[in-house]
Ligand binder design. Structure first.
Ligand SMILES: Cc1cc2nc3c(=O)[nH]c(=O)nc-3n(C[C@H](O)[C@H](O)[C@H](O)COP(=O)(O)O)c2cc1C
Ligand code: SF4
Ligand code: SF4
Length: 264
């Protein structure tokens, strides 16, 4: 089966998961997910989408991607929704979205990894992070078989009350995501290196007078805050006291590759 996988990531968890899954396959092509503003035709037997859960639902980039991806009828789709323990109805949302484009999601798995939503605290102790990574690795090994065999299963989902409540919050917040960057600010530790601007997959940060300025087309991936080498980027009032996070096996170069590759 000829497969093409697309990954989107803010702090490397989804990229690491995609790479772990790729170890179980003989041959697979892994690309960064572009922000599609026009149709993209892909001639393969199977498509995988691997992405973080944002605000209990699909990131805008994933929605754009699914809306504009053109495939042959019968193409097999799987999705990995990488999250911090609350996937809620994200994979059901994806299933519905795909159904509106006459495509069907054969497999959808939730994979829990450390949280990169720093305003709600750090990613947990090193022990807790390693435990999550081990559990994620085990799940990845278990799901490789169904993906390889082209099986169909019910997609993973949260508890019913969570799905209802959190999907409602998602719907309320979705159209405001692009402007949520108004909560970012830079403290005195900034050394004007420009990494935040280069790492942003949405090209949403301009260096003005040697300091980052956010341009209100934010995707809330948190790459800028997490990859700033000086921990100088804050979001609201609380991030000052919390540690930063990115996956230890994903490098800044990986993130710069994503930023270069995924402009639509
Ligand atoms: C803006 C934002 C919103 C998030 N919302 C959720 C959420 O609703 N549920 C959840 O479990 N994790 C949530 N997270 C955490 C990420 O999904 C999780 O840490 C994921 O592993 C990050 O993957 P990445 O490193 O590939 O970006 C959120 C993170 C961010 C930055
Ligand atoms: S990455 Fe951090 S230190 Fe570098 S310019 Fe941006 S805010 Fe300043
Ligand atoms: S501004 Fe920051 S949070 Fe927004 S898309 Fe760019 S890197 Fe992600």
């Amino acid at each position: 089966m000829k497969m093409q996988w697309y990954v989107y990531t803010g702090t490397g968890n989804s990229l690491w998961i995609a790479r772990q899954l790729a170890l179980e396959f003989k041959e697979v092509s892994l690309r960064f997910m572009p922000y599609l503003t026009r149709d993209l035709k892909v001639e393969v037997d199977g498509v995988g989408v691997i992405f973080p859960v944002h605000i209990w639902g699909l990131p805008v980039r994933v929605i754009q991607f699914i809306n504009h991806l053109q495939v042959n009828p019968g193409t097999h789709f799987f999705a990995l929704a990488v999250n911090a323990g609350q996937p809620a109805a994200t994979l059901l949302q994806l299933q519905k979205l795909m159904a509106t484009c006459q495509r069907s999601l054969a497999l959808g798995y939730s994979i829990v990894m450390p949280s990169n939503y720093t305003p709600w605290g750090g990613p947990g102790s090193m022990d807790a992070q390693q435990r999550l990574s081990r559990q994620a690795q085990e799940k990845v090994k278990a799901i490789a078989g169904p993906i390889l065999r082209g099986e169909r299963k019910k997609v993973d989902r949260g508890l019913l009350w969570q799905n209802i409540l959190f999907s409602w919050i998602y719907k309320l917040s979705y159209r405001h995501v692009c402007k949520m960057d108004k909560n970012f600010w830079v403290d005195e530790k900034c050394n004007h290196c420009g990494i935040c601007s280069r790492v942003c997959p949405a090209n949403n940060i301009e260096m003005i007078n040697e300091k980052p300025a956010w341009l209100h087309r934010c995707e809330q991936c948190f790459a800028c805050l997490q990859w700033c080498p000086r921990e100088a980027i804050q979001y609201g009032k609380k991030t000052v006291k919390y540690p930063r996070y990115h996956h230890p096996e994903v490098s800044l170069e990986d993130m710069l590759d994503q930023a270069k590759a995924n402009q639509g």
